[in-house]
Design a binder for this molecule. Structure first.
Ligand code: ADP
Ligand code: MG
Length: 681
């Protein structure tokens, strides 16, 4: 096989027709290399030939039998049947929808065949229906052994998939390894070709610390880090430095009703340094919910506007944008700035006017949703893009965004999702990072309580009191609707229960609703139409609900720590004491108790994210599952921590060599090549 061949679509392989390739595509096996990277997760033991008097019903077993009789009923819908025997008994092999000619070839009368499949018992005799394998005695070794079971192939004939995968792996092109032999030896890895074979034909794929598994993890990490490094190199290009003094920002800061925290001042220094420098800023500002990121961005914005540029502030929802818009208008009241608000709903006339004024430089600051970045929108001289709550942005989108801004545009992303240290490089390795570690001093710590579900009745008086005092309550359930399989509370059911207790005070929101509908409900809740909002986890992170001071979270052990922390961050933002009540089923595991303790003890999103990672592992971290950021296929930041560090070091040394053919191959293998091949920014 030629090297480049593996980047073809799977339908280039013999035996894969349009239907099968469509099927595989649905399971993300699109190119031949995806077959290489689709590892077996288990094996089926077909390694023993079992006598017919020792069969076990329900098990997959292999038998060696003599074909006695083929039976093709002439009545429609009756199956074809082949009667076979060995010295110890009889068995029927049953086929639905199989052609006579085909079966006659497969089962020559009076000859021995090997059959493997699931044993049934029907009408007082053993049966195998549509066996997985039927083969002559000469080909016994192909069937009678442990056979790998592949992930993602459910519903595809196992034998078929195996034959395809085998053909690919056996014909694997010999590639010139991107790792030097000495490096491989020193770090206890293994060559690429050897690694792939072992992952498919030994137990290595099931042992995430085996040499071969570690090799594929290392490759995956390198591909990822190389992409990020390259992205960074392309974005952080020379620009015209912004020119400003702190005169205007200082006036603004003095007018604020509070003093900036030390952390806020520090990150502002970092941002200003970038703005004034001759390299484009590409920075992410991380800080817990409520740590005061917005004001930091507005201060940066006034500096950029005063140096003669336009700015754009973008957030994921209309409500959030609206809140930012109101805040900006208020804060910049005396600055004589032209600020506008643009979303998908802005009417045609207004929209046209805004687009015009962006193009001719009338507008200083535009605030809005993603609709700010449509093709049609042109700025006269955009100097800074700020994006709030951006954790749904992957590398590709980030680079697109930087492109959109043009050569003199700085980029600031803001995120309330604290990322554990190990993950930082692999998610944001292309960006500089600023962190707000400190909360505003006046912020009251949210009281976190836990309660068994069966004591829920003790809560009602407390809730009643809150409603009376005009406070608002979030009530979070893991499910939208009751499920026959999961014992979790559902929002719809809970809504009915609570509405019965407190008529006309409850509203309901969940992920099945249209975006517009959700926004409408949240908007109404924001102005206080109802006291209780029953929801799934859809409530937006960034919105300020100043009247909400109680959040009740059902089946709290279902959620990750970081997620619980974010949820509770939605209350107590208006200066009132916030309370978070975690409801649990009885019989908590040790792990669950540990998790509650961490939440009660700590108010620090970064600490909680680290603990969450330790306790639950990577896949469960908040933001990853819901976000567009793809999980690693192989790497795990806890178990492969050393490889994360090793890959980071390795990439630093080879990044200048990234265009070398061997690295291109690596990048293509992990679908990174397209991200890197964007036109120069
Ligand atoms: P974030 O976006 O980081 O979640 P916000 O910027 O929405 O946080 O800030 C939350 C609230 O805290 C806002 O009402 C804001 O005015 C206020 N705030 C910001 N910085 C401070 C500070 N240093 N001291 C007191 N309050 C602050
Ligand atoms: Mg915010």
């Amino acid at each position: 096989m030629k090297k480049e061949f593996i980047f073809n679509e799977v339908n280039k392989l013999d035996g894969i027709g349009p239907q099968l390739s469509k099927y595989l595509k649905k399971r993300k096996i699109e190119k031949i290399k995806d077959i290489i990277l689709n590892l077996p997760y288990s094996e089926t033991d077909r390694s023993k030939i079992v006598n017919l008097n020792s069969l076990e019903v329900g098990k997959i077993q292999s038998i060696k039998v003599k074909v006695k009789k083929l039976n093709f009923p002439r009545i429609r819908n009756l199956p074809n049947k082949i009667i076979c025997e060995d010295e110890t008994g009889k068995i029927d092999i049953v086929y639905f929808n199989s052609r006579e000619g085909y079966l006659r070839k497969l089962y020559p009368i009076n000859e021995y065949v090997i059959i493997s499949g699931k044993i049934n018992y029907f009408n007082k005799s053993y049966q195998i229906t549509n066996p997985d394998y039927v083969t002559s005695i000469e080909n016994k070794d192909y069937v009678v052994k442990n056979i790998p079971k592949y992930a993602l192939t459910k519903g595809i004939n196992e034998k078929k998939y195996r034959s395809i995968s085998e053909k690919v792996i056996n014909d694997l092109p010999v590639i010139s390894d991107w790792l030097e032999d000495t490096f491989i030896k020193e770090n206890n890895l293994i060559s690429w070709n050897e690694c792939i074979k072992k992952l498919h034909y030994s137990n290595d794929s099931k042992n995430i610390q085996s040499k071969s598994y570690r090799r594929i993890v290392f490759d995956e990490l390198c591909a990822n880090f190389l992409t990020l490094s390259e992205n960074r190199k392309r974005i952080k290009k020379i620009k015209i430095p912004k020119k400003f003094t702190n005169k205007y920002s200082e006036i603004l800061i003095k007018k604020l009703p509070f003093e900036l925290t030390l952390s806020q001042k520090e990150v502002l220094d970092e941002i200003n340094y970038d703005l004034l420098s001759n390299r484009r800023m590409f920075r992410i500002l991380q800080g817990d919910v409520g740590s005061g990121k917005t004001i930091v961005s507005l201060i940066a914005i006034i500096n950029v506007i005063k140096s003669g540029y336009q700015c754009a502030l973008m957030s994921p929802t209309e409500i959030l944008s609206k809140q930012h818009f109101e805040l900006a208008k208020n804060i910049f009241k005396k600055d004589n700035l032209k600020i506008e608000y643009l979303t998908g709903k802005t009417d045609y006339k207004k929209r046209k006017e805004i687009l015009n004024n962006l193009k001719n430089g009338e507008i200083d600051l535009i605030i809005g949703t993603h609709s700010l970045f449509q093709k049609k929108i042109n700025f006269q001289n955009l100097g800074l893009i700020v994006i709030d709550e951006q954790h749904k942005f992957g590398v590709k989108q980030r680079s697109d965004l930087a492109k959109k801004g043009g050569n003199n545009c700085d980029v600031l992303l803001m995120s309330a999702t604290p990322i554990p240290r190990t993950m930082m490089m692999s998610l944001y390795g292309d960006m500089d990072v600023s962190k707000i570690l400190e909360k505003p001093k006046n912020r009251k710590k949210i009281i976190t309580l836990s309660k068994p579900e069966k004591k829920i009745n003790e809560l009602w008086p407390f809730i009643k009191k809150q409603i009376k005092e005009g406070n608002q309550i979030f009530w979070v359930c893991p499910l939208i609707e009751d499920s026959a399989f999961l014992e979790y509370s559902s929002a719809k059911k809970k809504y009915q229960i609570i509405e019965k207790k407190f008529p006309n005070t409850v509203s309901l929101i969940h992920g099945d609703l249209e975006k517009d509908e959700k926004e409408k409900i949240l908007k109404k809740f924001l102005i206080g139409d109802k006291s209780i909002l029953v929801s799934t986890t859809v409530i937006e992170v960034g919105i300020d609900f100043p009247n909400a001071n109680l959040i009740i979270i059902e089946n709290a052990n279902k959620f990750g720590l970081a997620q619980l922390h974010q949820l509770r961050g939605r209350v107590g933002r208006g200066g009132k004491q916030g309370t978070c009540i975690l409801l649990f089923k009885d019989g908590l595991s040790k792990n669950a108790i540990k998790r509650i303790k961490i939440l009660k003890k700590s108010d620090d999103g970064f600490f909680i994210a680290e603990e969450d990672l330790k306790l639950r592992g990577f896949g469960d971290l908040v933001g990853f599952q819901q976000s567009g950021i793809k999980n690693f296929k192989f790497a795990d930041p806890i178990n492969h921590n050393d490889l994360f560090k090793l890959a980071e070091k390795f990439v630093k040394n080879v990044i200048s060599d990234i265009n070398h053919e061997k690295f291109t191959f690596l990048l293509k293998l992990f679908d990174k090549a397209e991200i890197i091949n964007f036109d120069n920014v």
